[in-house]
Design a binder for this molecule. Structure first.
Ligand SMILES: Nc1ncnc2c1ncn2[C@@H]1O[C@H](COP(=O)(O)OP(=O)(O)O)[C@@H](O)[C@H]1O
Ligand SMILES: [Mg+2]
Length: 248
């Protein structure tokens, strides 16, 4: 993996085998510090969930990793091939679903085939020539996942990707994401405020608080994971209390 430096290195070089190395990140909006000496290392193929209350700086950090925000100080190395999925699918309404998936890539026969394969992986092959407005919310978000997959990312950044979906669709999307992850093994950073989602999907759950990671826990549950698994409730309680919520 060839990491790409986004921010000029200010200290010692991070270990190059890592998928993500972010050291001493600082970011403020006006007087308000959002990231304070924030540090995170991720192994290649590791699935990390970043939990935090609304406004805690989750999206700010994800934007730094995606090079969507060059205005943070510190040291960041991420793989060159990375893709982002946001809460909204962000499909171009004037392009077919297939063209949305392959957007930005050279329009060759090979690209079309890769796009069709990615659509098949998310169960949307029948919608390749459809317009985005004919898709349901869940289908549109699956198209957004296909658009990310077709780039074969070494780092997949997900910013509350299921937050706008209904509960049943979200459950299906969780299963789909887990399946795609097992197959392709990118490093994944999932930003969410949903504790259950974090435990169901990630290998490691972090809590972002006051600009820093205040807790990091490994998730070791049997596959397929479910809420009634032993250990789930205890982990949920630990994370909720760290977030300042009294578990129900
Ligand atoms: N472009 C911006 N200008 C000013 N303040 C911002 C901007 N983007 C985010 N913020 C502020 O930074 C804090 C963190 O935002 P964000 O990273 O979006 O939080 P989260 O994703 O955890 O909900 C919030 O207080 C938010 O209001
Ligand atoms: Mg956010």
């Amino acid at each position: 993996m060839a990491p790409e430096s986004l921010v000029p290195a200010t200290g010692s070089l991070p270990a190059s085998h890592l998928a993500v190395s972010a050291y001493g990140l600082n970011k403020s909006f006006g007087e308000r510090p959002v990231l304070q000496d924030f540090t995170l290392e991720m192994e290649p193929g590791e699935f990390v969930a970043l939990l935090g209350r609304s406004g805690s700086g989750k999206s700010t950090f994800l934007r730094v990793l995606g090079a969507l925000d060059a205005d943070a100080s510190g040291e960041v190395q991420v793989p060159r091939r990375r893709a982002v999925v946001f809460q909204e699918p962000r499909l171009m309404p004037w392009l077919s679903v297939l063209r949305n998936v392959t957007i930005g890539l050279p329009q060759t026969r090979q690209t079309v085939n890769l796009g069709l394969a990615a659509l098949a992986e998310v169960g949307l092959e029948r919608h390749a020539q459809a317009w985005p407005r004919t898709l349901s919310g869940g289908e549109a978000q699956r198209a957004a996942l296909a658009r990310a997959l077709v780039r074969e990312p070494q780092l997949l950044l997900l910013d509350e990707p299921f937050g706008a979906l209904d509960a049943l669709t979200r459950i299906r999307m969780h299963a789909l994401l887990r399946e795609l992850y097992r197959k392709h093994r990118p490093a994944v950073l999932l930003v969410t405020h949903d504790v259950d989602e974090a435990i169901l999907l990630a290998d490691r759950v972090l809590v972002l608080q006051d600009g820093r990671i205040s807790m990091s826990v490994e998730v070791r549950l049997e596959e397929p994971r479910h809420r009634s698994a032993s250990g789930f409730a205890a982990l949920r309680e630990t994370l909720l209390s760290e977030l300042g919520v009294v578990p129900d």
